[in-house]
Every structure is written in C-alpha cells, then in structure tokens.
Design a protein around this ligand. Sequence first.
Ligand SMILES: Cc1cc2nc3c(=O)[nH]c(=O)nc-3n(C[C@H](O)[C@H](O)[C@H](O)COP(=O)(O)OP(=O)(O)OC[C@H]3O[C@@H](n4cnc5c(N)ncnc54)[C@H](O)[C@@H]3O)c2cc1C
Ligand code: FES
Length: 258
Amino acid sequence: MNYRQGVFTLAKCEQLAETTYSFVITCHEIASLAKAGQFAHLRVPGFSLRRPISICEVLPQEGAIRVVFDIRGEGTKALATLKSGDSIDIMAPLGNGFSLLEPDKKAIVIGGGIGVPPLLEIAKHYGENSRAVLGFRSKTAVILQNDFASAGCGVHLCTDDGSMGRKGFVTAILKEQLDAEKPDILYACGPRPMLKAVAALAKEYGVRCQLSLEERMACGVGACLGCACKTRKDGKETYSHVCKNGPVFEAEEVVFDE
Ligand SMILES: Cc1cc2nc3c(=O)[nH]c(=O)nc-3n(C[C@H](O)[C@H](O)[C@H](O)COP(=O)(O)OP(=O)(O)OC[C@H]3O[C@@H](n4cnc5c(N)ncnc54)[C@H](O)[C@@H]3O)c2cc1C
Ligand code: FES
C-alpha cells in the first residue's frame, strides 16, 4: 500500500449542513497519489484510534484533498471543532478505490447520506456522462448537490420525508434511470440496506456495479483484522479486510446476510 502519514494544514474548514463538515487538507504528495474511493485515516486529538473518512475530492492544483464528514460520536464531534490553519495528522490514501472506465462511458452514482462524498470524484471523471441519484434523511442533511451539478452530472435528489427533491428512496429513482438508459457501470456508497438493494437492481439489469463498504476500523492498513467483512471469491465465501481489500468491492463479491 502506497500511503503517507504526516501532519498537514487545514486550508479550509466549512460547515455544509446541520452536522456535516468539509475539510480541505494541504498534502501535496498524498494529493498526487489519491484516487476516487480511497480514504484517509484521521487522528483526532485526545483519541487513540484514528477515524476513517473517504476522500471526497482530489485537488491536484492546490496539492490538497477534501474530506466531508458527519458528526456521529465523540471523535467526529472533536474533529468538527478544528479550524482553518490548524494542523491535522492523517494517513492516506488508504484502501482500493473505484475502477474508473474511459470518461466517455456512462455511469450512475448512487449515494445515501454521508455515503455521498466519495462519489463526487467519480462524477468529476465522467462529467456529463454521469448521473447521480442522491438520497438524504431530510433537507437539513442535503450536501454536495451543487458540486455534482458543477461536475456536469445530472442530479436526482430524494429525501425520506419529501422535504427536498422526491420523497422516497434512491432505488425508486435508480430503477427509472436504468429503464431510461442503461449505463456501463454503477457505483454506490451508503447504508447497507441501500447497497443491497442497488446490488439487486444491478444484477436484474445486468450492469456492472461497485460498492463502497464501511466497517469499524482500527489500524486501517490490514494489520489488526478489525474490519473483516464477508465476501465471495470464486463461488466460495471468505472474509476480506474493508481497509486493505476494499473499501470498494464488486457488488457480486459482497455477501449480504441479513
Ligand atoms: C472506509 C470508510 C470511509 C468512511 N467515510 C466517511 C465519510 O466520508 N464521511 C463520514 O462522515 N464518515 C465516514 N465513515 C464513517 C466514520 O469513520 C465514522 O462515522 C467515524 O469513525 C465515527 O467516529 P466517532 O468517534 O465520531 O464515533 P464513535 O461511535 O464514538 O466511534 C468509536 C469507534 O468506532 C469507529 N467507528 C464508528 N462508526 C464507524 C463506521 N461507520 N465506520 C468505521 N468506523 C466506525 C471509530 O473509528 C472509533 O474507533 C467512513 C468509514 C469507513 C470505514
Ligand atoms: S482496520 Fe485493521 S485490518 Fe482493517
């Protein structure tokens, strides 16, 4: 794994939604290595375990990466107090990212909640050949829709409560999009039940699909067995490390037990 660890400067900190924050971190070497779908392991002052956060954008001209995170517990709450100009210790880029096809191929990205950020770099790659189906709890949680639109991507928004975009789940819109025009590939990140439903639709329509999974992590580099997930290889069930073998897997590799 080709990653770097060091202390870098937060070039820009922004609050994007009620509990969601965006950091641009100046880290030239990491920015030159990072790919869509990889993640950064962030040290939080006062906590021993790092927190894994996906790379939302790679900004080569600024020699920076962008991460977007939601406050979920004490660690992310502490992270959210950092300000522009502060230092942050990160290890990145970690894991295997998404496989990107030629940019003239057609792609649909499907994101649920805080699963949306790692898909932005994909939308930037495919530009007008991409469509995004983004789902959130309610309008207070909606993030990054303008960033996807600026990338040239057609954005379809839905919320669980109908407070913004269509009311309902991403899978209803995805089905309509698949009926309208079958893409070459699907990419999804979000809650596990959403990933399971997307994987089922991909199979039904015969479209390649990659999923980004989340598991609790400790080391982040394949050394502690902390992030095992059930996968399928050559028809046999096995375990993979989300940090090292993932977080991105082909949909047919993922075993959804529940
Ligand atoms: C590959 C990957 C990419 C991720 N990308 C993002 C992202 O882009 N934006 C974002 O907001 N969140 C992301 N997460 C989830 C994020 O890591 C957790 O929300 C965060 O670690 C919670 O930390 P906490 O201290 O606030 O919560 P606590 O619940 O207090 O955390 C306690 C411990 O559990 C771990 N943990 C808790 N929830 C998760 C989780 N869902 N996944 C992994 N470890 C967890 C923490 O690392 C910590 O060690 C990602 C997780 C993974 C595995
Ligand atoms: S987090 Fe240690 S093996 Fe994945």
